[in-house]
Ligand binder design. Structure first.
Ligand code: MCA
Ligand code: AMP
Length: 514
């Protein structure tokens, strides 16, 4: 094992020679140099190392976005432990499940949530609960301040776990996707080349840092190129537009592009300093793709990935011999399988499908995860006998090699880049008094791309109020999972097998928001 399989060591090796240059500039006027990042991660890694955690210990983190939160991520890698990021919208039932399932040794939360989070954590056997706020306060920083700012990076093998990302299951509970140092590093190194990262690139970081897009693709991309980040605590279209003349790269989910386009301040001139706009996490509408071209003169580069695989496919940055010299970023497609990724389309029966035919997308490569945390059966179900991971996405590959995603075999709604699993929401609704059953379907939405609509059946003689269903869900679940509308109806459409026909519900409610 060498230290250099450690993802942090590889990122650190690309810090620029001038460690006093700015690495991160924040929207509240703070500047962090590369030396600051090195020292802060060393201090925090020393703190973690002092806790005598078991090998492979999980560090579960639910905090608001801040540079210190990124430092905690990097310090966890540096110390050789496993990072477990949690969406700040998650409420107690959700957090209780993740902590109970992952059994983290360390939990970090905001001071405001310390009461309920620490109660859950201590009950689950967590030894250490720290606080970290987005204003550079909290017990984590207080404790880390007592440690030295030099730290020898923990030795790691490529297969050692670096992070666990929970992704909800289409049936049953969420599954923790285990990503190794090797998974992440191979993807980061390859994307640096594929997206043509250059000296002097500056990234506008406007995404949350508890999912793959903001935490890995954006942060690794900038760090492994020694590039400065303009760090926005929250997405704000006006601020992004204001910062474009100082930046070169932007990454966003489609909703961010829709909101930027809604701002008259987005012009060709303001975007002229930018080199690359990248979109992913949800389908980018062709209208958005074209409007962006018209307004800014830039062609958005759409790519496709998953928590289990990090990035899988991408439209080309420039002409590439690997794809017959193709340089065209084609709207409505997610581009080519990335170098090292083997992608195929199969029928339900497991037959390889020819060019242009629609089927299940399966992938293999150094980026594909190690399996689901403590769920060997689920892991086995999601891989084919010859080692391909079944993405659950449905698509096709054209004669030029471009991949198009046409739908999903998994019952999943992607709303503003966040995943909502109908099975989870339905189970909460079905537990409400007076409810016989329910169905959640995704319908088009101008801002979020897709949103959930709940259709509920009351038990005979029972009264169920739609507003009450929504209010009860709001008290239980992360806000982005709450259906934007709820209808209480007499019956659900069913096929001859008795299965609810969600396609008919989607059709019925498709014009609700558009
Ligand atoms: C906020 N709301 C939402 C969403 N976000 N509703 C549905 N879907 C959403 N995504 C609702 C809240 O519940 C709230 O409703 C109201 O909008 C305002 O909340 P607020 O938090 O202020 O919203 P916002 O700040 O405007 O957030 C919108 C957002 C955010 C900026 C688009 O959703 C976001 O940052 N999305 C990016 C997600 C992301 O990074 N995904 C990457 C996953 P109420 O007022 O009724 O309570 S990684 C991935 O998918 C893979 C691997 C990949 O390929 O990248
Ligand atoms: P997650 O579980 O958050 O990792 O979400 C992964 C899912 O997001 C994939 O399986 C796809 O369904 C979807 N996804 C990611 N990027 C794209 C894209 N560019 N176009 C369509 N769907 C996407």
């Amino acid at each position: 094992m060498t230290t250099h399989q450690n993802l942090f060591a590889a990122l650190r090796a690309q810090f620029p020679a001038d460690l006093d240059a700015t690495a991160v500039e924040t929207d509240n006027g703070l500047f962090y140099t590369w030396r600051d990042l090195d020292r802060a991660t060393a201090r925090m890694a020393n703190l973690l190392a002092s806790l005598n955690l078991p090998a492979g210990a999980r560090v579960a983190v639910q905090v608001e976005k801040s540079v210190e939160a990124m430092v905690l991520y990097l310090a966890t890698l540096r110390a050789g432990y496993v990072f477990l990021p949690l969406n700040t919208a998650y409420q107690s039932a959700e957090i209780e499940y993740f902590i109970g399932n992952a059994e983290p040794s360390v939990v970090v939360c905001s001071a405001a949530n310390f009461g309920w989070v620490s109660k859950i954590a201590f009950k689950a056997g967590t030894a250490h609960v720290f606080t970290l706020n987005d204003d550079r306060t909290g017990s984590l920083l207080e404790r880390a301040a007592h440690f030295g700012d030099e730290h020898e990076v923990a030795a790691c093998g490529a297969d050692d776990l670096a992070a666990i990302l929970y992704t909800s299951g289409t049936t049953g509970r969420s599954k923790g996707a285990m990503l190794s140092h090797g998974n992440m590093l191979s993807n980061a190194v390859m994307l640096k080349d594929y997206w043509g990262w250059q000296p002097g690139d500056v990234l506008i970081h406007a995404l949350p840092i508890f999912h793959v897009h903001g935490l890995f693709v954006a942060i690794h991309g900038a760090l492994i190129n020694g590039s400065k980040m303009i760090w926005l605590s929250k997405f704000d279209p006006k601020l992004v537009i204001r910062k474009m003349p100082e930046a070169t790269v932007f990454m966003g989910v489609p909703t961010l592009y829709v909101r930027l386009l809604a701002d008259p301040g987005l012009t060709r001139e303001v975007a002229s300093h930018m080199r690359l706009f990248i979109a992913g996490s949800a389908p980018l509408l062709i209208e958005t793709f074209k409007e962006w071209q018209d307004r800014t003169g830039h062609t958005i580069l759409e790519r496709y990935g998953m928590s289990e695989t990090i990035m899988l496919t991408s439209n080309p940055y420039a002409a590439d011999a690997r794809h017959g010299g193709q340089a065209e970023r084609r709207g409505g497609t997610v581009g080519f399988p990335l170098p090292g990724v083997s992608l195929r389309v199969q029928s339900d029966e497991g037959a390889a499908l020819p060019v242009g035919e629609i089927g299940g997308i399966q992938v293999k490569g150094p980026n594909v995860f190690k399996g689901y945390w403590r769920m060997p059966e689920k892991t086995a179900e999601e891989f084919t006998a010859d080692g391909y991971f079944k993405t659950g996405d449905v698509g096709k590959v054209d004669e030029r090699g471009y991949v198009t995603i046409v739908g999903r075999a998994k019952d999943l709604i992607i709303s503003g880049g966040y995943n909502v699993y109908p099975a989870e929401i339905e189970s909460y609704i079905n537990d409400m008094p007076g409810v016989a059953e329910s169905a959640l379907v995704g319908v088009p939405h101008p801002d979020f791309g897709e949103v959930g609509v709940a259709v509920v059946i009351a038990k005979p003689g029972a009264q169920v109020e739609a507003a009450q269903v929504i209010a009860t869900l709001k008290s239980q679940l992360a806000n982005f999972k709450i259906p934007k509308q709820c209808f209480v109806v007499a019956e659900l459409p069913r096929n001859t097998m008795g299965k609810v026909q969600k396609n008919l519900l989607r059709e019925q409610y498709k014009s609700l928001f558009v």
